[in-house]
Design a binder for this molecule. Structure first.
Ligand code: GRG
Length: 341
């Protein structure tokens, strides 16, 4: 099978370094009902799609919108603390997924940008709280000192709280050209994703599981589908909700995101063992040190990689009916297993 293999270079603004990997993009071939597209069958759009430029362009748009999203006013310290972590770099994966979900459903970047920024605010607040001494007790995040190391624990807690509340206000006040019924659904989806039904629930089971030797795969899956997967899923689905996408589209995007969310976490666990602190922008080998149950500790590194790859293939199969409109989400799915930090 003659598939196109091309180079992927993705700039993570945290580390100022490029990741280049050999990469294969497979998109729907409706004629042969196959996921592989022969070189000759490719439309010009498929042949010219470049994930690296797509991600850099989207990152730049998101950075610009985030930069303007929070002004520093009295009491300055809290706004500075919120901006410190929000603008500390990172891949901006959740906003990019939201923009892609909206465009796949026929919407625009402009209408999805406030929700995309809100997703990054929610993600950032969860990182600030996760890094606190009462939780993971981390000194570095995204290659910089953690929020509590710079501003103290009291302000770090409040910076997280501030971002959490502001994210919802930001969607409701800043979104243009979307019906309020759609906005209500977006807010409901996001609340569900960060509450005890999502991130908070996943974090609780994660904390309870620390140091336990007999964690099984079911518990590990619960932790990660909630702690990481819920917000990734909400990222893609809220993009589509803004456009009032139908139930079938929402379900397909939800299953796509569920699978890439799990694959993302499996690769995160593998990288914790195989990558350096410099590549990660945070302490490496923490899971091993904390004797945490991880996918590699339960399945081994090779089987973990295999499972992640399988999840990515299943995720891409969900997008087959969308044809060319799904090219960015297909490519992002592949990027997840190819990343090195
Ligand atoms: C949400 C109300 C509320 C409270 C927070 C602390 C907590 C509850 C949940 C923990 C959530 C958490 C830290 C999950 C880990 C998610 C994860 C894989 C983070 C790394 O994501 P990347 O790789 O990071 O996308 P960058 O820096 O690129 O954005």
């Amino acid at each position: 099978m003659n598939t196109k293999v091309f180079e992927l270079s993705f700039q993570d603004s945290t580390h100022n370094q490029s990741q280049v990997s050999s990469h294969e993009i497979k998109v729907a071939d409706t004629k042969n009902k196959s996921l592989q597209v022969l070189e000759a069958d490719k439309t010009p759009e498929q042949a010219t799609f470049n994930l690296s430029s797509y991600l850099s362009e989207r990152q730049a748009l998101v950075e610009g919108a985030l930069e303007c999203s929070i002004a520093v006013v009295y009491p300055e310290k809290i706004y500075e603390a919120m901006r410190y972590s929000l603008l500390a770099g990172g891949k901006r994966l959740r906003p990019i997924l939201c923009l892609a979900g909206c465009e796949l459903s026929g919407g625009t970047v402009e209408m999805a940008m406030p929700t995309a920024c809100a997703l990054e605010m929610l993600h950032t607040m969860s990182l600030i709280h996760d890094d606190l001494p009462a939780m993971d007790n981390d000194d570095y995040r995204r290659g910089k000192l953690t929020n509590h190391k710079v501003y103290g624990e009291d302000i770090a807690i409040l910076a997280g709280d501030g971002l959490l509340a502001y994210a919802f206000e930001f969607i409701l006040v800043q979104t243009k050209g979307v019906r309020s019924e759609q906005l209500l659904q977006v807010v409901a989806k996001l609340s569900h994703a960060v509450a005890a039904t999502g991130l908070v629930g996943g974090q609780v089971v994660d904390l309870e599981s620390e140091g336990l030797k007999n964690i099984n795969l079911e518990t590990l899956n619960f932790i990660h589908t909630h702690k990481t997967g819920a917000l990734l899923e909400a990222s893609v689905v809220t993009g589509a909700l803004l456009m009032g996408a139908n139930e079938e589209v929402l379900q397909r995007l939800s299953r796509y995101a569920h699978n890439i969310g799990l694959a993302f976490q499996i690769i995160d666990d593998v990288l914790d063992i195989t990558a350096t602190a410099e590549q990660l922008g945070k302490t490496a080998g923490k899971d091993l040190q904390a004797q945490k149950a991880t996918y590699p500790s339960l399945l081994g590194i090779e089987e973990s990689r295999y499972q992640a790859k399988k999840l990515v293939e299943e995720a891409k199969a969900e997008l087959a009916p969308f044809g060319e409109k799904a090219i960015p989400l297909m490519a992002i799915a592949d990027y997840i297993t190819a990343r090195t930090h």
